[in-house]
Write a protein that binds this ligand. Structure first.
Ligand SMILES: [Zn+2]
Length: 374
């Protein structure tokens, strides 16, 4: 089946040109569920565009009975970030206008302080489907006021406009998948949320970071948090409900690179997840191994104790024991008779999941991260 496409004017430029988004919609014959997939929110994180290309090819070869509901794909979802450069290097992690991290700009219904106690009081005895419908209506109504602000004479900062466009496409989805890469060099992994761990295995990735601490206003958090908060409140009143909504951030490979292995893993995982969720009518791959979870606040980050040049650094994916040498730091301290080399040992046992790409560091710069005890 062919995708329906839509072009959205995103930003009109001083030169008279227009930055646009192109969205690809696959609508099955039956079903009401919706999956939303975007890539390249951070400028250097380009792998997801290749994943979306492969998914468009794959879905185009399915027949209309093999898709139930709707799948929306948005490659290059932030053209401002994707086009940003310093020399030949893609930067694109922060908005040049206000310094905001492009993945901390999103709108979370809970931050509007909705009166959830009253909502729960009036909805507690309704069916799960009715509660879902009523709550989603509240979210969408509240958000529609935000969208209208672009039409008044004060208009909006660009980051709020981008947020509005991307969330207008996704707020009523059941499943959102935001494809990122490490901005440095990393293994492939996924972010997972409390109460949604079970689905994680179907992405067929070895590792997941479990979000037990929110940065706030990230795309996945802003989508899922309102539902998690409602589930908690309902649970407190004796209704144990898990709504059919999930949010995922895939971290595939490294910045400024398209590692084909990461593309393959991403495509395979997303197809299998959508099959597990019955949006695709295909054969499900039962996960052979369970995904290993690491709590977000247990991640171990290593920073340069002093400036210098990094040598013999271990690579992402390396298994390490406490006391292993992670890297050497060649320093040029002026008071020493000659340049010296310092061995930096690991304080943790685990696996290195990402490493910075620049081998020259000032004190306090990021060197690498470890998933401990996996
Ligand atoms: Zn990112």
């Amino acid at each position: 089946m062919e995708a329906n496409t839509q072009i959205i004017d995103l930003q009109s430029l001083a030169s008279g040109d227009i930055l646009q988004l192109k969205t690809y919609h696959f609508q099955g014959k039956n079903g009401t569920k919706k999956a939303y997939i975007q890539a390249n929110l951070h400028g250097a994180e380009i792998v997801g565009n290749a994943v979306i290309y492969e998914l468009i090819e794959f879905f185009s070869n399915l027949n209309i009975e093999q898709i139930e509901g709707e799948i929306i794909l948005v490659p290059m979802c932030n053209p401002v970030g994707a086009n940003q450069r310093n020399l030949f290097f893609s930067t694109g992690r922060y908005s040049p206008y206000d310094g905001l991290n492009w993945n901390r700009i999103f709108w979370d219904y809970i931050h509007e302080s909705p009166d959830l106690d009253t909502f729960v009081k009036f909805n507690i005895n309704l069916s799960k489907e009715e509660i879902y419908h009523n709550y989603l209506t509240n979210i969408i109504n509240n958000f529609s006021h935000k969208i209208k602000e672009i039409n008044n004479s004060r208009s909006l900062p660009f980051s709020e406009h981008l947020r509005n466009v991307l969330q207008s496409l996704s707020l009523n989805a059941n499943y959102v998948i935001d494809i990122h890469s490490s901005s440095v060099s990393a293994i492939d992994y996924i972010y997972s949320f409390d109460r949604r761990q079970k689905s994680t295995d179907y992405f067929l990735l070895e590792y997941a970071i479990l979000m037990n601490k929110y940065d706030g206003n990230a795309f996945d958090e802003a989508f899922l948090n309102p539902w998690l908060v409602l589930e908690k409140k309902l649970n407190h009143e004796g209704r144990n409900i898990t709504f059919d909504v999930e949010a995922w951030t895939l971290e595939l490979g490294s910045g400024m690179r398209v590692k084909e292995e990461s593309v393959k893993k991403g495509v395979r995982g997303i197809i299998n997840y959508l099959t597990y969720k019955n949006i695709l009518k295909l054969e499900l791959i039962k996960p052979q191994n369970k995904t290993k979870f690491v709590l977000k606040n247990n991640l171990k980050h290593y920073y340069a104790p002093q400036g210098g040049i990094i040598r013999n650094r271990l690579q992402a994916g390396a298994k390490i024991q406490q006391g292993d040498t992670l890297y050497q730091l060649l320093t040029f301290e002026k008071k020493e008779r000659k340049p010296t080399i310092i061995d930096i040992q690991s304080a943790d046992q685990g696996i290195i999941y990402d490493v910075s790409t620049n081998d020259t560091v000032n004190q306090g710069e990021y060197i690498l991260g470890i998933f401990p005890h996996v």
